[in-house]
Design a binder for this molecule. Sequence first.
Ligand code: NAP
Length: 224
Amino acid sequence: MEQERFDLPQLGQDPSRTYRLGIMGGTFDPIHNGHLVAAEQAYDDLNLDLVVFMPAGSPAFKQGKKIASGEDRYAMTLLATSDNPHFVASRFEVDRPGITYTSETLRLLKEHYPQNVELYFITGADAIADIVRWNNSASIAENATLVGATRPGYNLDKAAGAIDSSGIDFHVIYLEVPALAISSSYLRERVAKGQSLRYLTPDSVTGYLHKHQLYGAKAGKYAR
Ligand code: NAP
Protein backbone atom coordinates (compact mmCIF):
# COMPACT_ATOMS: atom_id res chain seq x y z
CA MET A 1 0.00 0.00 0.00
CA GLU A 2 1.35 3.41 -0.88
CA GLN A 3 0.78 5.23 2.38
CA GLU A 4 2.45 8.37 0.95
CA ARG A 5 -0.63 8.95 -1.18
CA PHE A 6 -2.83 8.81 1.87
CA ASP A 7 -4.66 11.56 3.64
CA LEU A 8 -2.07 12.27 6.33
CA PRO A 9 -1.51 15.91 7.25
CA GLN A 10 1.82 17.53 6.42
CA LEU A 11 4.05 18.04 9.45
CA GLY A 12 7.73 18.47 10.20
CA GLN A 13 8.50 21.13 7.57
CA ASP A 14 10.72 23.28 9.83
CA PRO A 15 13.78 21.18 10.80
CA SER A 16 14.69 23.60 13.60
CA ARG A 17 11.71 22.59 15.74
CA THR A 18 9.96 19.50 17.03
CA TYR A 19 6.36 18.72 16.11
CA ARG A 20 3.96 16.68 18.23
CA LEU A 21 1.36 14.64 16.39
CA GLY A 22 -1.54 13.06 18.28
CA ILE A 23 -2.97 9.85 16.85
CA MET A 24 -6.45 9.21 18.21
CA GLY A 25 -6.87 5.45 17.96
CA GLY A 26 -10.20 3.72 18.46
CA THR A 27 -13.01 1.76 16.89
CA PHE A 28 -15.29 4.82 17.07
CA ASP A 29 -18.45 2.74 16.82
CA PRO A 30 -19.75 5.44 16.87
CA ILE A 31 -17.59 8.48 17.69
CA HIS A 32 -19.02 10.62 20.51
CA ASN A 33 -18.36 13.82 22.44
CA GLY A 34 -16.23 11.94 25.00
CA HIS A 35 -13.71 11.10 22.25
CA LEU A 36 -13.77 14.68 20.97
CA VAL A 37 -13.25 16.20 24.42
CA ALA A 38 -10.45 13.71 25.17
CA ALA A 39 -8.64 14.64 21.95
CA GLU A 40 -9.09 18.36 22.62
CA GLN A 41 -7.75 17.93 26.15
CA ALA A 42 -4.74 15.98 24.83
CA TYR A 43 -4.16 18.74 22.25
CA ASP A 44 -4.12 21.40 24.99
CA ASP A 45 -2.37 19.56 27.82
CA LEU A 46 0.35 17.94 25.70
CA ASN A 47 0.87 20.91 23.40
CA LEU A 48 0.14 18.86 20.27
CA ASP A 49 0.28 20.40 16.79
CA LEU A 50 -2.56 18.29 15.39
CA VAL A 51 -4.68 15.28 16.30
CA VAL A 52 -5.39 12.69 13.61
CA PHE A 53 -8.43 10.50 14.29
CA MET A 54 -7.81 7.02 12.92
CA PRO A 55 -10.71 4.58 13.08
CA ALA A 56 -9.30 1.05 13.18
CA GLY A 57 -10.20 -0.84 10.00
CA SER A 58 -10.42 -4.29 11.55
CA PRO A 59 -9.76 -3.89 15.30
CA ALA A 60 -7.47 -6.63 16.62
CA PHE A 61 -9.55 -7.47 19.70
CA LYS A 62 -12.93 -7.26 17.95
CA GLN A 63 -12.48 -10.07 15.43
CA GLY A 64 -15.80 -11.91 15.00
CA LYS A 65 -17.72 -9.13 16.80
CA LYS A 66 -20.38 -7.18 14.96
CA ILE A 67 -19.27 -3.60 14.36
CA ALA A 68 -20.29 -0.98 11.82
CA SER A 69 -18.23 -0.97 8.61
CA GLY A 70 -14.96 0.93 8.48
CA GLU A 71 -16.50 3.16 5.82
CA ASP A 72 -19.39 4.17 8.12
CA ARG A 73 -17.15 4.65 11.16
CA TYR A 74 -14.74 6.74 9.09
CA ALA A 75 -17.61 8.85 7.65
CA MET A 76 -18.96 9.59 11.15
CA THR A 77 -15.44 10.45 12.36
CA LEU A 78 -14.96 12.81 9.42
CA LEU A 79 -18.27 14.54 10.15
CA ALA A 80 -17.52 14.85 13.87
CA THR A 81 -14.05 16.36 13.39
CA SER A 82 -14.69 18.59 10.37
CA ASP A 83 -15.26 21.87 12.25
CA ASN A 84 -12.09 21.71 14.36
CA PRO A 85 -9.02 23.17 12.60
CA HIS A 86 -6.55 21.00 14.54
CA PHE A 87 -8.44 17.72 14.10
CA VAL A 88 -8.04 15.56 11.00
CA ALA A 89 -9.80 12.28 10.16
CA SER A 90 -7.71 9.72 8.30
CA ARG A 91 -8.44 6.58 6.30
CA PHE A 92 -4.93 5.31 7.09
CA GLU A 93 -6.14 2.27 9.09
CA VAL A 94 -9.53 1.79 7.42
CA ASP A 95 -7.87 1.24 4.05
CA ARG A 96 -5.13 -1.09 5.27
CA PRO A 97 -6.10 -4.70 4.60
CA GLY A 98 -6.05 -7.31 7.36
CA ILE A 99 -6.15 -6.92 11.14
CA THR A 100 -5.31 -3.41 12.30
CA TYR A 101 -2.17 -3.55 14.39
CA THR A 102 -1.16 -0.32 16.11
CA SER A 103 2.50 -1.34 15.93
CA GLU A 104 2.24 -1.38 12.11
CA THR A 105 0.43 1.98 12.03
CA LEU A 106 3.10 3.63 14.16
CA ARG A 107 5.94 2.02 12.19
CA LEU A 108 4.47 3.35 8.93
CA LEU A 109 3.91 6.80 10.43
CA LYS A 110 7.51 6.88 11.67
CA GLU A 111 8.66 6.05 8.13
CA HIS A 112 6.35 8.66 6.63
CA TYR A 113 7.27 11.65 8.81
CA PRO A 114 10.67 13.28 9.34
CA GLN A 115 12.50 12.65 12.63
CA ASN A 116 11.38 15.92 14.19
CA VAL A 117 7.77 14.61 14.41
CA GLU A 118 6.99 12.88 17.73
CA LEU A 119 3.99 10.56 17.91
CA TYR A 120 1.46 10.46 20.77
CA PHE A 121 -0.94 7.52 20.53
CA ILE A 122 -4.14 8.45 22.38
CA THR A 123 -6.70 5.85 23.36
CA GLY A 124 -8.75 4.56 26.30
CA ALA A 125 -6.79 3.63 29.45
CA ASP A 126 -8.68 0.29 29.44
CA ALA A 127 -7.20 -0.53 26.07
CA ILE A 128 -3.71 0.48 27.24
CA ALA A 129 -4.05 -1.82 30.27
CA ASP A 130 -4.00 -4.67 27.74
CA ILE A 131 -1.12 -3.40 25.64
CA VAL A 132 1.28 -6.22 26.48
CA ARG A 133 -1.08 -8.51 24.50
CA TRP A 134 -0.89 -6.25 21.43
CA ASN A 135 1.13 -7.31 18.43
CA ASN A 136 4.79 -6.22 18.70
CA SER A 137 4.16 -3.98 21.70
CA ALA A 138 7.90 -3.34 22.21
CA SER A 139 8.01 -1.45 18.91
CA ILE A 140 5.01 0.64 20.03
CA ALA A 141 7.09 1.72 23.03
CA GLU A 142 9.92 2.75 20.72
CA ASN A 143 7.79 4.74 18.31
CA ALA A 144 5.25 6.62 20.44
CA THR A 145 4.29 8.03 23.79
CA LEU A 146 1.02 6.44 24.93
CA VAL A 147 -1.79 8.63 26.19
CA GLY A 148 -4.47 6.81 28.20
CA ALA A 149 -7.75 8.70 28.56
CA THR A 150 -9.73 7.77 31.68
CA ARG A 151 -13.03 8.50 33.28
CA PRO A 152 -12.82 10.35 36.63
CA GLY A 153 -12.39 7.87 39.49
CA TYR A 154 -10.96 5.25 37.15
CA ASN A 155 -8.56 2.96 39.02
CA LEU A 156 -5.22 3.09 37.22
CA ASP A 157 -3.78 0.09 39.11
CA LYS A 158 -4.58 -2.42 36.36
CA ALA A 159 -3.04 -0.34 33.58
CA ALA A 160 -0.04 0.77 35.66
CA GLY A 161 0.55 -2.80 36.93
CA ALA A 162 0.43 -4.25 33.42
CA ILE A 163 2.83 -1.62 32.13
CA ASP A 164 5.23 -1.99 35.08
CA SER A 165 5.40 -5.78 34.89
CA SER A 166 5.86 -5.81 31.10
CA GLY A 167 9.61 -5.21 31.21
CA ILE A 168 9.10 -2.82 28.27
CA ASP A 169 9.97 0.85 28.57
CA PHE A 170 6.56 2.31 27.69
CA HIS A 171 6.09 6.05 28.10
CA VAL A 172 2.52 6.55 29.29
CA ILE A 173 0.64 9.70 30.19
CA TYR A 174 -2.84 9.45 31.71
CA LEU A 175 -5.51 12.09 31.15
CA GLU A 176 -8.67 12.28 33.23
CA VAL A 177 -11.55 13.28 30.95
CA PRO A 178 -14.94 13.86 32.64
CA ALA A 179 -16.78 13.62 29.29
CA LEU A 180 -15.68 9.98 29.01
CA ALA A 181 -18.71 9.11 31.13
CA ILE A 182 -20.13 8.85 27.58
CA SER A 183 -19.35 5.59 25.77
CA SER A 184 -20.06 4.16 22.33
CA SER A 185 -22.01 1.26 23.84
CA TYR A 186 -24.27 3.75 25.67
CA LEU A 187 -24.95 5.52 22.37
CA ARG A 188 -25.71 2.23 20.58
CA GLU A 189 -28.16 1.24 23.32
CA ARG A 190 -29.92 4.60 23.11
CA VAL A 191 -30.19 4.42 19.32
CA ALA A 192 -31.67 0.92 19.47
CA LYS A 193 -34.31 2.19 21.93
CA GLY A 194 -35.11 5.20 19.73
CA GLN A 195 -33.73 7.64 22.32
CA SER A 196 -32.11 10.98 21.56
CA LEU A 197 -28.35 11.37 21.09
CA ARG A 198 -28.51 15.13 21.40
CA TYR A 199 -25.46 16.51 23.29
CA LEU A 200 -23.80 13.07 23.30
CA THR A 201 -22.40 13.26 19.76
CA PRO A 202 -22.49 15.94 17.04
CA ASP A 203 -25.85 16.20 15.27
CA SER A 204 -24.14 15.36 11.97
CA VAL A 205 -23.20 11.93 13.39
CA THR A 206 -26.74 11.39 14.66
CA GLY A 207 -28.07 12.30 11.22
CA TYR A 208 -25.64 9.93 9.49
CA LEU A 209 -26.33 6.91 11.65
CA HIS A 210 -30.09 7.35 11.25
CA LYS A 211 -29.84 7.88 7.51
CA HIS A 212 -27.81 4.67 7.22
CA GLN A 213 -29.89 2.87 9.85
CA LEU A 214 -26.90 1.84 11.97
CA TYR A 215 -27.28 0.24 15.42
CA GLY A 216 -30.97 -0.46 14.86
CA ALA A 217 -31.82 3.19 14.14
CA LYS A 218 -35.10 3.92 12.43
CA ALA A 219 -34.60 6.33 9.51
CA GLY A 220 -35.95 9.75 10.36
CA LYS A 221 -36.25 9.33 14.13
CA TYR A 222 -34.00 11.89 15.84
CA ALA A 223 -32.28 12.39 12.53
CA ARG A 224 -31.74 16.10 13.15
P1 NAP B 1 -11.89 -0.84 23.29
O1 NAP B 1 -11.44 -2.06 23.99
O2 NAP B 1 -13.16 -0.89 22.52
O3 NAP B 1 -11.96 0.37 24.28
C1 NAP B 1 -11.60 0.28 25.63
C2 NAP B 1 -12.11 1.51 26.34
O4 NAP B 1 -11.41 2.66 25.86
C3 NAP B 1 -13.59 1.77 26.10
O5 NAP B 1 -14.10 2.33 27.29
C4 NAP B 1 -13.57 2.79 24.99
O6 NAP B 1 -14.72 3.62 25.00
C5 NAP B 1 -12.34 3.62 25.30
N1 NAP B 1 -11.71 4.21 24.12
C6 NAP B 1 -11.37 3.60 22.95
N2 NAP B 1 -10.73 4.46 22.15
C7 NAP B 1 -10.67 5.65 22.81
C8 NAP B 1 -10.12 6.91 22.51
N3 NAP B 1 -9.45 7.14 21.36
N4 NAP B 1 -10.24 7.90 23.42
C9 NAP B 1 -10.86 7.68 24.59
N5 NAP B 1 -11.41 6.51 24.95
C10 NAP B 1 -11.30 5.49 24.08
O7 NAP B 1 -10.69 -0.36 22.35
P2 NAP B 1 -10.58 -0.47 20.78
O8 NAP B 1 -11.43 0.61 20.20
O9 NAP B 1 -10.76 -1.89 20.32
O10 NAP B 1 -9.03 -0.11 20.57
C11 NAP B 1 -8.54 1.16 20.94
C12 NAP B 1 -7.28 1.42 20.10
O11 NAP B 1 -6.25 0.49 20.46
C13 NAP B 1 -7.49 1.23 18.59
O12 NAP B 1 -6.70 2.17 17.90
C14 NAP B 1 -6.99 -0.18 18.33
O13 NAP B 1 -6.53 -0.40 17.01
C15 NAP B 1 -5.83 -0.26 19.34
N6 NAP B 1 -5.58 -1.67 19.70
C16 NAP B 1 -4.57 -2.30 19.06
C17 NAP B 1 -4.32 -3.64 19.31
C18 NAP B 1 -3.18 -4.31 18.58
O14 NAP B 1 -2.45 -3.65 17.85
N7 NAP B 1 -3.04 -5.61 18.73
C19 NAP B 1 -5.13 -4.33 20.22
C20 NAP B 1 -6.16 -3.64 20.86
C21 NAP B 1 -6.39 -2.29 20.59
P3 NAP B 1 -15.65 3.75 23.67
O15 NAP B 1 -16.17 2.37 23.42
O16 NAP B 1 -16.65 4.75 24.06
O17 NAP B 1 -14.69 4.18 22.58
